[in-house]
Design a protein. Structure first.
Lengths: 267, 267, 267
């Protein structure tokens, strides 16, 4: 049983390691795979992309455990979402938004009330800031050890973000930057399924960037090697979303693109 | 058998991976969990906190392997410390200090002399800078494979740091910043057990920060969500130590707090 | 069966995690060990060092999977290199250069043509930028699951880099900086086997640095602790290459040393 871990805890602290220890204590056979622990602090929109882009490549039965939790200590809910024999456990803050947009069969539950109360009762009295360790890691480990049915409560509607949507109008698709990767490649919420011209990759289309350096217009190419080194391009990324990059360069810095900046595709 | 790994080797080099390879060669069944490899270079005080804060959450039998080793190549000792059916193998440079303060039953040994000589004899003649690979990883793997008794030598008193202590006087507890986490949260050496008023969380107390931006006074809250975004607070962290944070901000940068800066709690 | 992973994908994105998911789907028993994912983007020379310096410490049978792939989407080849019962799968761009220099028995193949075509046919039609996920991870997993013979095609001569070589002339060895580690230690392509005076460590030799701060001359010491804090030194590193460091400091920054800068050893 694989547990895939996604947090904004970074890697300079033992937070992720402690979660793995808690999981190993409850379910020693769990195989833990890190997605990343370097989501920009509190950036749920970015977590939403990372979760979705990983989802389809994990084996059936995988439990995703996502802890980007700006609301820790408040009364935000603990969510369990299930689709295609995979599941994700996360604070209910929009992390499942992109998954929800792309997988219409996602079913969402609160975590079981009595189990949560039990977990809260057994943590140190002073601990209100590390639900990843005290609540979410045990939930995932119990699900891995004895099944999802032991951790789900009532069905609920999840919190959803609007930033991860795309808007289709005649001849245009607009979206936003939802993740910036290590290379500075800026991934947008515009998906190849949003357009009809799949077979042509919309290679005659224009991409307008409404970032802090307005007026940039790019063409859609097949891959980096289709443009010169240092040149900007748009292309359909490995998860089917429109990405903006500079070959062997950092598009986010060079084009001044940030999370949530608007991008428009004119067909 | 879990081996929990803690170093200042960073993650841009293969040093940690090579240690895992050496461990896997000797004890293929060992399950290795990373605490962190991003301790600030040579900052044993920070390692001491990371080790202690992780200790209680790992299953019985876990072997911690900590290699923050500014003294590599000198004659500093190789230490094996044991408590509560868990153990840690580390250069003898103060890494066990906080564990020693909180767990009075810690027993400390040198690594066995003849085993160390054997390991030194079998490494390349020119290699004097990577004891993590050549000495510490084999020690941990041999302990995991055939028991701690095969690696311990005579009992010794460990090197201890004074920075991780707290000083209790009438109506006051003083301590120092012992770790700064990814979010800039600054963890101090003042522990909730240092005060009598546990049930009230000392919420009427004042916290004085003697950092590079003197004169800051904070109140102790329950969690981030009790203050406004951008506001500073003190709170009892997830390991019971007093932490200083800014909600959705970086306290270390905003309050100019560094490792070893003094903090005082006035009850 | 161990698969050792080496990329320039960084750790802020799920790219490495997705590769692990693909591997786990094909070969669930594979034990994956990260070397690093923080090779400087596209810096094959650095990858070449990381691969070589790790090679000898991994158990027999280990499959290394290296994806530093500036040529993704072009027609660069997929390479499988075999030596000493270990193997590496990588884009054919020079990653095996240092291994090839030090291990004369390295045999190199293209990946099998029909298998590659099969893998290309089964990926999403728009995906041309993530061969790590679509081609290289499956190749490694199939090799781990059913043997190298299932993934190799015809023998080929690998692409080789000249930067990782050393040049021996009478009384001199010249080389280049091939990796800069987390501490700023600058590892050169000059190997202890390049000189005859092994037993003396060439301790009377002079090391000339032709970096951006010319004219630096260093002596070769045994280890950091042989010089004062803040002082620069040269020494034979843990893989036998000449390294330049500053004790408790960052040599790359302080001596202005970058990748490919020239270094000369005068005996």
């Amino acid at each position: 049983m694989i547990i895939a871990l996604l947090t904004d805890f970074g890697t300079k602290d033992p937070y992720a390691g402690i979660m793995k220890a808690v999981i190993s204590g409850i379910c020693p056979e769990a195989k833990i795979i890190d997605l990343t622990h370097e989501i920009e602090p509190y950036e749920v929109v970015s977590a939403s992309y990372v979760l979705y882009s990983s989802w389809n490549y994990f084996p059936t039965g995988t439990i995703f455990l996502s802890v980007i939790d700006p609301g820790v200590g408040s009364n935000r809910r603990e969510l369990v979402a299930v689709s295609q024999s995979k599941s994700v456990i996360t604070p209910d803050n929009g992390t499942v938004s992109l998954l929800y947009r792309m997988n219409k069969d996602l079913i969402t539950y609160r975590a079981g009330k009595s189990l949560l109360e039990e977990l809260k009762a057994s943590r140190p009295a002073y601990s209100h800031t590390f639900d990843g360790r005290d609540l979410f890691a045990p939930l995932a480990a119990i699900a891995a050890e004895s099944g999802l049915s032991n951790i789900v409560g009532e069905r609920v509607e999840p919190v959803l973000l609007t930033e991860i949507e795309s808007k289709i109008t005649e001849g245009r698709v607009s979206g936003r930057v939802i993740h910036i990767d290590r290379f500075g490649n800026s991934i947008t919420s515009i998906h190849i399924e949003d357009i009809k011209e799949k077979n042509t990759y919309a290679s005659r289309a224009s991409v307008f960037i409404y970032g802090r350096k307005k007026g940039q217009i790019l063409k859609i190419h097949r891959s980096f090697s289709d443009v010169k080194i240092g040149e900007a391009l748009a292309y359909w990324g490995s998860s089917g979303f429109l990405e903006i990059a500079v070959r062997n360069g950092n598009a986010s810095q060079l084009l001044k693109l940030g999370l949530r900046d608007m991008v428009e595709l004119e067909l």
